[in-house]
Ligand binder design. Structure first.
Ligand SMILES: *Cc1c(COP(=O)(O)O)cnc(C)c1O
Length: 393
């Protein structure tokens, strides 16, 4: 077993993401994210807290968080305590709001790390009282449910919760917040109702003697459409990543995420040749097929089988056959004839490309429409297997 003549395998230390062996990468344009931040801030004319939950919608929370704080974000919002801890470990000292659940001793961990927990349920008050007594003072944001029916103290319970909070001298309710369910829907009436309930909630707090320094309610769509609901700051996520949350209002935005790979193999096959698992596509004529090293394990949805288009030499080509776990096939017949296609040529699945056959852009919105989902899910789906590389202009 222990062959002294065999040298130990040489395993390089954990590769830096820039040293990815496979050419499949997500390129993140921090300059575009900063520019989007400036456009959003100018458009809404209020403070902006940047939402970087879910690894900044797949873009990388630490890098994006740093870029956005340097661009002027007054705070960062995450969903999980774990996400907040990641930012703190990276040395980001800006205010961080933990918007979703603080499980088990999550309040303790959040407070110890200088994160701001959101109180959304009466059941959290006992823990809050305990932590606040230990700490001297704990600052929290209080969330009310004005119509999302997901998280937040209901208006029915609010007076009782406010009374208890008022009796905790060590707890400072720094802000009152809510979340809109329909801000990106054509009909604005539901959001108007939510805004009215939020104002009612503020009055309930005041009656209990609680005067939050700040109020916030808007996500990206809300921030663009409901000027009177911007309050003290807005919490924007998707717009900062260059996706318009509502097509009819808002500033110009630039996509920041591109998903790129390169042709792994090429073959010309005769008419009648089936492609990939289950022969889901059969070539109708002589076809040049390019195999690309990206599959559903990377977040390139299997639903995109024979559906998606990609860019090769700046021109569009169609994915044919079933997307498999690690690979997909692209019909590059037309481009091969006019511009030539070689192994190693860049293939863009999301983002822009300029080449000898044209210039194109594939947005997350396009992929989402083909998959039957929303652009948020397209961006979040790109898996950990795809290294993120950062470009800063
Ligand atoms: C995700 C989230 C946001 C940001 O929403 P976008 O539509 O991405 O701007 C704001 N507030 C809360 C509570 C959220 O969960």
């Amino acid at each position: 077993m222990n062959d002294p003549h065999r040298s130990a395998p040489s395993i390089p230390p954990k590769a830096h993401i820039d040293e990815a062996v496979r050419p499949t990468v997500a390129e993140i344009d921090l300059g575009a994210i900063r520019a989007n931040f400036r456009s959003v801030a100018a458009y809404v004319g209020a403070d902006v807290w940047a939402v970087v939950k879910a690894d900044a919608y797949g873009h990388g929370a630490v890098e994006v968080g740093r870029a956005l704080v340097s661009a002027g974000a007054k705070g960062l919002c995450v969903a999980l305590v774990e996400e907040g801890l990641e930012l703190r470990r990276a040395g980001i000292s800006a205010p961080v709001l933990v918007m979703s659940g603080v499980y088990r001793d999550g309040i303790d961990e959040a407070v110890d790390a200088g994160l701001t927990p959101v109180i959304y349920d009466r059941a959290q008050l006992a823990d809050l009282r305990r932590v606040a007594q230990r700490e001297g003072v704990v600052r929290v944001h209080l969330k009310v449910d004005t119509g999302m029916s997901r998280l937040g103290v209901t208006l029915r319970e609010l007076a009782a919760v406010a009374e208890q909070l008022a009796s905790m001298p060590h707890v400072k309710v720094e802000a009152l917040m809510t979340h809109f369910a329909n801000a990106d829907c054509d009909d604005a009436s539901y959001t108007d109702q939510q805004i009215a309930r939020f104002d009612e909630a503020l009055a309930v707090l005041r009656r209990a003697g609680i005067e939050p320094e700040r109020r916030h309610a808007c996500n990206s769509a809300g921030a663009f459409r409901f000027a009177h609901a911007r309050y003290d700051f807005v919490r924007t996520g998707i717009a900062l990543y260059g996706v318009a949350p509502f097509p009819h209002d808002g500033p110009a935005l630039m996509p920041a995420f591109s998903l790129r790979t390169a042709v792994l193999a090429l073959r010309e096959v005769p008419a009648g040749t089936p492609v990939g698992y289950a022969g889901a596509h059969v070539c109708a004529q002589t076809t040049v097929l390019a195999t690309v090293p990206i599959g559903y394990a990377d977040g390139f949805f299997r639903r995109l089988s024979s559906e998606a288009e990609v860019l090769v030499k700046g021109a569009r080509a169609r994915v044919v056959g079933n997307v498999s776990m690690d690979m997909a096939s692209v019909d590059v017949t037309a481009i091969a004839r006019t511009a030539g296609v070689a192994v190693g040529d860049e293939v863009v699945l999301l983002g822009s490309q300029v080449g000898s056959a044209g210039a194109g852009l594939i947005r997350a919105e396009e992929i989402a429409a083909r998959v039957g989902t929303i652009p948020y899910e397209v961006l979040c789906a790109v898996s950990r297997r795809v290294p993120r590389q950062y470009r800063d202009r």
